[in-house]
Design a protein around this ligand. Structure first.
Ligand SMILES: O=C(O)CCC(=O)C(=O)O
Length: 261
């Protein structure tokens, strides 16, 4: 299977900045298939909603079990696993994966937070976790692309509280960080991805555009860093690597099954 490892410069960027962009991480046909499945998927239609601080609905379809579907299949991709294991310095398991579904004109914001801000509460002892956000639709400032504060992961975990239905970072500390750190808008074409550390402060605006902003986020934990008390996350287990063709096959099978109903 092809090696998708980061260069040493990319690994260094991850450690220094807390994020790395990878243009065209996935080929167009795989993203087209992912979008076709997601658009046809009744389970996604009934995705959960987490209101932002102003009451707008932020839709999220999240799973911590791996199944036979295309979302799980992407989780097995060495295009993601190779760099994540390099950046975290060891073998990883999945924590969860989620489709983030920002609908045109109504899709809510995500408040400033660190993912480890709330994963910490799940008794995961070390912030040895990372996420890969893959643009399924084009992500722009207008449709609420991800924003990160460059280098904020080096602040360590900061306090979090409740904002709307979401967990958000202490606004005073975020304001201080904003004075010092560069704000980066993760505008991405479909198939482009951003890898980010679990302590990187991130947020996104509501979607005020005519266009949806759907993304897939795959989140990983180091295998030697499981939650001490197993409550919400799947039991950590080794992830086998699936080739692009295996992932395509999973998506085509799922699409065919949905179309035959
Ligand atoms: O989808 C987004 O814009 C933000 C997602 C996010 O912050 C998260 O999943 O932790």
């Amino acid at each position: 299977m092809q090696n998708h490892q980061f260069s040493s410069a990319q690994v260094q960027r991850f450690h220094e900045d807390g994020y790395v962009f990878v243009p065209n991480l996935f080929p167009k046909d795989m993203i087209d298939l992912l979008l076709a499945v997601a658009r046809a998927d009744r389970a996604i239609e009934n995705a959960g909603v987490m209101n932002d601080a102003s009451g707008r609905a932020s839709k999220i379809f999240i799973r911590s079990e791996l199944e036979d579907d295309i979302y799980s299949a992407f989780t097995h991709s060495p295009r993601i696993l190779d760099p994540v294991e390099q950046c975290l310095g060891g073998e990883v398991c999945q924590l969860h994966h989620k489709m983030m579904l920002k609908e045109p004109r109504v899709g809510g914001a995500w408040e400033w937070h660190q993912d480890y801000g709330y994963w910490y509460n799940d008794t995961i002892l070390f912030p040895d976790l990372a996420s890969c956000m893959i643009a399924v639709d084009r992500a722009t400032k207008d449709n609420g692309c991800l924003q990160v504060l460059k280098g904020s992961h080096r602040m360590g975990r900061i306090n979090h509280g409740k904002f709307g239905n979401q967990t958000g970072a202490d606004p005073e500390r975020v304001a201080l960080a904003q004075q010092r750190l560069e704000l980066v808008f993760c505008e991405m074409e479909p198939g482009t991805a951003v890898f980010f550390h679990s302590n990187t402060l991130h947020r996104s605006d509501a979607n005020v555009s005519e266009f949806s902003r759907w993304s897939l986020i795959c989140c990983y934990n180091r295998l030697d860093n499981p939650a001490v008390i197993q409550r919400t996350h799947a039991k950590p287990s080794r992830l086998d690597r699936w080739s692009d063709d295996q992932i395509r096959a999973a998506g085509q099978k799922q699409l065919a099954a949905m179309q035959s109903v």
